[in-house]
Ligand binder design. Structure first.
Ligand code: NCD
Length: 324
């Protein structure tokens, strides 16, 4: 049976490609959250579930990944599913012989029920979805485009803490130009009213002007701040990101900005309120001092990571039509 055409979800996840946060509406998000909560309960109580028994998912990662790759793998295996694991196909598969993305997708859809793909080119997930006749594609990061499953777990983590996704004040910092997690998170936050976002980035890594205007039109109150001194003391969330070294064509430019913005206990003392959370999609490469890890407000190596597995358990089950 041919798969569904990529579209907005409206609570129908079955055989849908998941390419962008733009496919989500509030009800679909909450449907996913409610199943995620159930998944977290089962996983935390080590209750065996075999919802995905008999299914095979291909994890096709053209770019380095440890967490997202392992998180999808763990999510699928916890539910009794199996995976075909392809990392760096540029070196290890027929891609090295010059095979096109379209052919690779057509081959793996013959073997599996779902393809989770990460690719260095923006738009590659969409191209893969177009090439696949039968199996849905989940975008696990396409270049500087989007990383929808990361944003879903980020939104879930925020919701878990604050019980809402509206009327929040967020500080997003780091590489806002190239950080695909940022691009998906802003789409998610723009679904809800009253959110105020402060953006802090080196001049060369600011959000694209076009994106800034688009997100404003969607109702986000966006303010670019020039330096750490301008961080508002009202932020509920600090979401920090890595400067994306691999996106620089000139590494001297990277050297200039790589240590531009760092969270230290001192910075938190000055600007962070008590009841806030510190998030990071990981990996971090120095932009959060390790001494911050002990701060109870730091969730990046704690619930944020665990939630990644739970949200993927829920999403894959929904897309494969095994729940909901
Ligand atoms: C992010 C990514 O790949 O975009 N990592 C992840 O999946 N958690 C963030 C990053 O690489 O900086």
């Amino acid at each position: 049976m041919p798969k569904a055409k990529t579209s907005t979800l409206q609570q129908h996840f079955v055989r849908q490609d998941i390419l962008s946060l733009d496919q989500f509406d509030i009800d679909s998000l909450f449907k996913l959250f409610s199943i995620t909560r159930q998944m977290s309960f089962f996983a935390q109580h080590s209750q065996p579930l075999d919802l995905l028994k008999g299914t095979i998912s291909t994890l096709l990662f053209y770019e380095p990944s440890s967490r997202t790759f392992a998180s999808f793998g763990a999510a699928i295996k916890r539910l009794g599913g199996q995976t075909i694991d392809i990392q760096n196909p540029g070196q290890t598969s027929s891609v090295a012989k010059g095979e096109t993305l379209e052919d690779t997708i057509r081959v793996f859809e013959a073997y599996s029920d779902l393809i989770v793909m990460r690719h260095p080119l923006t738009g590659a997930a969409k191209a893969a979805a177009k090439a696949a006749f039968f199996v849905p594609i989940i975008n696990a990061g396409d270049g500087i485009g989007e990383h929808p499953t990361q944003a879903l777990l980020d939104l879930y983590t925020i919701y878990e803490k604050f019980g809402r996704l509206d009327h929040l004040t967020c500080l997003l910092s780091g590489d806002l130009l190239n950080g695909r997690t940022i691009h998906s998170l802003l789409r998610g936050l723009s679904l809800f009213p009253g959110n105020t976002i402060y953006l802090l980035a080196p001049d060369s890594l600011k959000l694209k002007r076009e994106d800034l205007e688009n997100f404003k039109k969607r109702g986000l109150k966006l303010f670019e701040i020039p330096s750490e001194k301008d961080i508002p003391k009202t932020a509920d969330i600090w979401y920090w990101t890595r400067i994306q070294k691999e996106r620089f064509s000139d590494l001297t430019e990277y050297e200039k900005v790589k240590n531009a913005l760092t969270i230290t206990p001192e910075l938190l003392r000055k600007y962070a309120k008590k009841d806030m959370i510190i998030m990071h999609p990981l990996p971090r490469v120095g932009e959060i001092a390790v001494t911050v890890d002990r701060d109870p407000r730091a969730v990046y190596l704690k619930s944020q990571v665990r939630n990644g597995m739970y949200i993927r358990m829920a999403l894959v089950s929904l897309v494969l039509g095994k729940i909901g």
